[in-house]
Structures are given as C-alpha cells and as structure tokens.
Design a protein around this ligand. Structure first.
Ligand code: SAM
Length: 329
C-alpha cells in the first residue's frame, strides 16, 4: 500500500467524503442562509460510480479510511447501496459515517448490513425547543432513538458530536457527560470554528476548550488503549465510573493541524486540502474522462498542497464560498 505523505511529514490516509449538500437541518453555525450550494433536490452532483472511482483512486494513492458525511448523508438516495460498494473496495480498511441522526433509526440496520463500521451522531442539545432554535427542526428524542438503534446494530463506537455555544447549550455540558454514564457512547465537545460565513458569524458564541472542560466535572485519563477507535483530532478522557468517554475537539484553543491526516471531497467533486484553506482541485473533469491515473495523481497533489496549519484565527476562512455543509465538517 503506497503512503501519502504531505510536505510536513504527516501521513494522509483519511478521506472525508461528502455525498450530498442537502440537509434536513439548518444549524446557524454551519449553513449560510439561502439555498444549498448544490441545490435542494435532484440527483447528487457525483453519481455512485463517480464516487467509487474517486475513492478507488484515493485508495490507490494511500487513503485507507473514509468517513461519509454531507450535508446530511442519510438524505442521499439509497445510501446503503453506495456503502455496500465502498465497503467492498480492496484496501479500504475503515468506513464510517457522520449524521445528524434524524433518519438513523430506520437506516442503522441496512447500513450495518451494507458494511458500515461505525457512526458519529451530531446532537447539540437534549432539549427539544433548543434543537429547534439551533437547527430549525428535529427532535432530540428522534436522534436518541437513532443512537440506540446504532448501538443495537453493533455500529461501534458510537460518538456524539456536540458543538458548544455560549448562552445556548453550554449549560448542558454536564447532561452530555451524564449520557456517557448511561450509555456506552463517546461524547465529543467541539469548539465552534469560523469556517464559512455561517461559522464566522457564530464565533461570538465560542466557548474555549478550558471552559468546556471545567463544566464537565471530575475527569480522569483513560487507561492506555482505552480510546474509542477513530482517526480524528479528539483528545479523550472519562468521567469516573462511566461506560463511555469524553472527547474534546478544538481547532482554536489547541489546534489540531499537527496530527491532521485528511483530505476532503465535496459532493460536487472538489478535493479540498484543508478545512479552512483555499487549496483544492476539481475532480469532475477527471471523473468525466474516466482518467484513473489522473485521479490518483490529484490525490497526491492535494496532499502536497496541504498547508502546515489552518489560518482560522486570522479569519482566513471567512470569505470562502466553501462551507461546512459542503465539506462535511
Ligand atoms: N449532517 C451531518 C451531521 O450533522 O453530522 C454531517 C455534516 S456536519 C457539517 C458535520 C459536523 O460538522 C457536525 O458535527 C457539525 O456540528 C460540525 N460543524 C459544522 N459547522 C461547524 C462549525 N462552524 N464549528 C464546529 N463544528 C461545525
């Protein structure tokens, strides 16, 4: 298996794959007002065959882990069929998914049967009215039913992503810690990031990592090897006696670029080198031409284009058109 190493010596083996721009939520920090970049209906920009061709090329270049994301990936028509095809690709060692969980209860079994390994569920609040305030729709009970279904089907680990916002859901940090006592889930508290216009305008609500930690109550380190499996930027601890763990993901307070291992492919076929950078390549012409060699070369070039670190603190990612809802976080 070839290794994809960027100019700073980081091994790039992880692809975040956005399979749709559509979403059934409207989180204020993620999606700008107005229609979704790829339209709200109709076929996804990349077909299943094109997605497969891109991922096959990625694997031939050195990618071995893929996370399906969006938009809301469960809105993609017949996602289990795409999962099945991805899961059977030789050389792909890990296939995971990030979802808002609203449709998960009805799909967890089919996704598991298709070969999905594990799932991250985004849930910023356990309070129904608050979810409507944050995301415009949805009910936390529906998401919790999805989480239970994922656990019951053996998707493992199940991680819960919570973006913490001052004056909105920061008072719920202890409630999410309690969730790890009741269920074997791994709650990750995420600092708001100024990515895209929506992210930048939400930054007044950012809660620095140390404040989030303080709200968690007593925490202890994990036993060696006790981290939930994954390849992301979270640092894990646990609340004593709990079944699950607590993770922290912080782009600004701590920075996570030193361990960055990823590229991102938008649902429109743009290969992005950094969540908060301008660097990227358009794969659509290569996909249209069936250019396998060119596609693998594009993954190598995208790794070469990775910057040493993001420039979120300097506001470098504010005017960008690319937004979280296209890149999948
Ligand atoms: N719809 C799916 C979901 O809700 O998980 C996948 C896409 S969503 C863009 C992926 C993750 O990005 C979510 O956990 C979301 O909370 C996070 N996210 C989006 N915008 C963010 C921002 N400005 N700062 C921090 N996290 C953000």
């Amino acid at each position: 298996m070839p290794a994809l190493i960027d100019p700073f010596g980081r091994r790039i083996d992880y692809l975040r794959l956005s399979v749709t721009d559509r979403c059934n939520l409207r989180c204020g920090y993620c999606r700008p007002a107005g229609p979704a970049p790829g339209g709200e209906s109709g076929p996804p920009a990349l077909s299943d065959d094109e997605v497969l061709a891109a991922v096959r090329a990625a694997v031939s270049a050195g990618i071995s882990k893929v996370r399906i994301t969006g938009g809301e990936p469960l809105l993609r028509p017949d996602l289990p069929r795409l999962v099945r095809r991805l899961a059977s690709l030789p050389g792909l060692a890990d296939l995971s998914l990030t979802t808002n969980g609203l449709l998960l209860a009805g799909m967890a079994r089919a996704l598991r049967a298709a070969g999905l390994g594990r799932v991250n569920v985004s849930l910023d609040t356990l309070v129904p009215e608050r979810l409507r305030e944050i995301a415009g729709a949805g009910h936390p009970g529906t998401v919790m039913t999805g989480i239970r279904a994922a656990l019951a089907e053996g998707l493992s680990p199940v991680k819960v992503n919570v973006v913490v916002m001052a004056g909105i859901n920061d008072s719920e940090v202890p409630d999410f810690v309690r969730l790890t006592r009741e269920m074997p889930v791994h709650v990750r508290f995420i600092e708001l990031m100024p990515v895209g216009e929506a992210g930048a305008s939400a930054m007044g609500r950012r809660v620095p990592l140390d404040d989030i930690r303080r709200r968690c109550g007593p925490l202890e380190p994990l036993a060696p090897g006790g981290e939930p499996s994954g390849f992301g930027p979270a640092e894990y601890v646990r609340s004593p006696g709990c079944l699950g763990t607590i993770g922290f993901i912080s782009a600004l307070s701590r920075g996570f670029c030193g361990r960055c291992n990823r590229l991102r492919l938008t649902s429109q076929g743009r290969l992005v080198s950094c969540l908060a950078g301008e660097e990227g390549l358009d794969l659509a012409p290569l996909l249209g031409a069936g250019d396998k060699g060119g596609l693998a070369e594009a993954f190598r070039r995208a790794a070469e284009m990775k910057p040493l670190r993001h420039r979120m603190a300097e506001g470098a990612c504010r005017p960008r058109e690319a937004v979280m809802c296209s890149m999948g976080g």
